[in-house]
Write a protein that binds this ligand. Structure first.
Ligand code: ZN
Length: 328
């Protein structure tokens, strides 16, 4: 199959990718019924705001995301299903824009954000960040109206067997504004040109990197990745979610180290169940609830408890801060 047949845009065009992406978004949400219906549905979706310890959380009722929240990601289920990110399996209406040599920008037909993209590799290879952080930085530098995010294979990726990022409208996740506001109060370490900040009291523990140097960011990330790997030697990749956004001057990267995939509430029965499978978006401050009963009943206490179960523990977080201080 000639993959270029599916492309919305032919690679030798000199048009700006960011501009083409906006064009692709308009084209897909007007001519692809599934995308048109779901983006229209999102405009009417129910949301609640919860303020917890000075932080803002948006709870979004989003029934279409049941596919992702309840996705079976065990090895057997994955091997038995047709991979929905492989180009030959994309719906006939779906088109993409090639980017970063072997990635494809696609409109996500099950949106959480007003504009929601999937950026997936053409080849079917495992979700993994160690060798692909540079691509994540490149994508965020191209799509400057978007926040790019990565869900680790055991941290919410519904296709852990196919390398992909997602991107959503910048400014939608509360973490972006909250980080800018609290940055001056956070413990910070400098590594080369990279400012590394630690949010220890943010319900979920977060390590943030800021720099205008891609190579310095990659070095700092590799060091943090190595430290997190030491804490989880049995995992193929240390558990984490990552958010990344860029402006013309610099990148901001937020890393959320984790110790667990799904909270206990996910596996409960009856009234004690909360069908939530937090990933980058939830760690960014928007809790996605695919069932109306969960949307209505989730409380501030639930959110605090869920983050307590999933985020890296305090002792290990302090160990990371100590180690990073040693390399500065
Ligand atoms: Zn695939």
């Amino acid at each position: 199959m000639d993959l270029t047949e599916k492309y919305f845009y032919i690679p030798d065009s000199t048009d700006n990718i960011s501009f083409l992406t906006e064009h692709l978004f308009r084209q897909q949400t007007s001519s692809w019924q599934l995308a048109a219906d779901n983006y229209k549905g999102l405009e009417k979706t129910l949301t609640r705001r919860l303020h917890i310890c000075g932080m803002c959380f948006v709870v979004q009722f989003n029934p279409e995301r049941i596919r992702s929240s309840a996705a079976k990601v065990d090895a057997k289920s994955i091997s038995e299903r047709k991979c929905f990110l492989c180009p030959q399996n994309l719906p006939p209406e779906q088109q993409g824009i090639p980017v970063c040599v072997d990635f494809l920008i696609l409109v996500n037909p099950f949106p959480v954000f007003p504009k929601h993209l999937t950026v997936s590799q053409l080849q079917h290879t495992n979700q993994s960040i160690a060798q692909n952080m540079g691509t994540m930085l490149d994508i965020s530098a191209i799509l400057t109206d978007y926040t790019v995010f990565y869900n680790g294979p055991k941290c919410g990726a519904s296709a852990p067997d196919h390398l992909h990022f997602q991107a959503g409208s910048k400014g939608f996740l509360p973490v972006e504004k909250e980080f800018a506001e609290m940055k001056n109060r956070l413990q910070t370490v400098k590594y080369k040109s990279v400012e590394i900040s630690f949010a220890a009291d943010y319900l979920r523990r977060m390590i943030s990197l800021q720099s205008n140097s891609k190579s310095d960011l990659l070095e700092a990330f590799a060091k943090i990745y190595g430290m997190l790997s030491t804490l989880q030697p049995h995992e193929a990749e240390p558990m984490m979610n990552i958010l990344c956004y860029a402006d013309k001057d610099s990148w901001t990267v937020h890393i959320f180290p984790r110790i667990k995939h799904r909270p206990a509430q996910f596996f409960e029965q009856g009234k004690n169940q909360l069908l939530t499978s937090p990933a980058s978006v939830d760690f960014g401050g928007v809790f996605i609830m695919p069932r109306i009963e969960d949307f209505e009943k989730i409380t501030a206490e639930n959110i605090i408890d869920i983050f307590n179960q999933l985020t890296i523990n305090k002792t290990d977080f302090e160990k990371i801060i100590y180690e990073i201080n040693k390399i500065k």
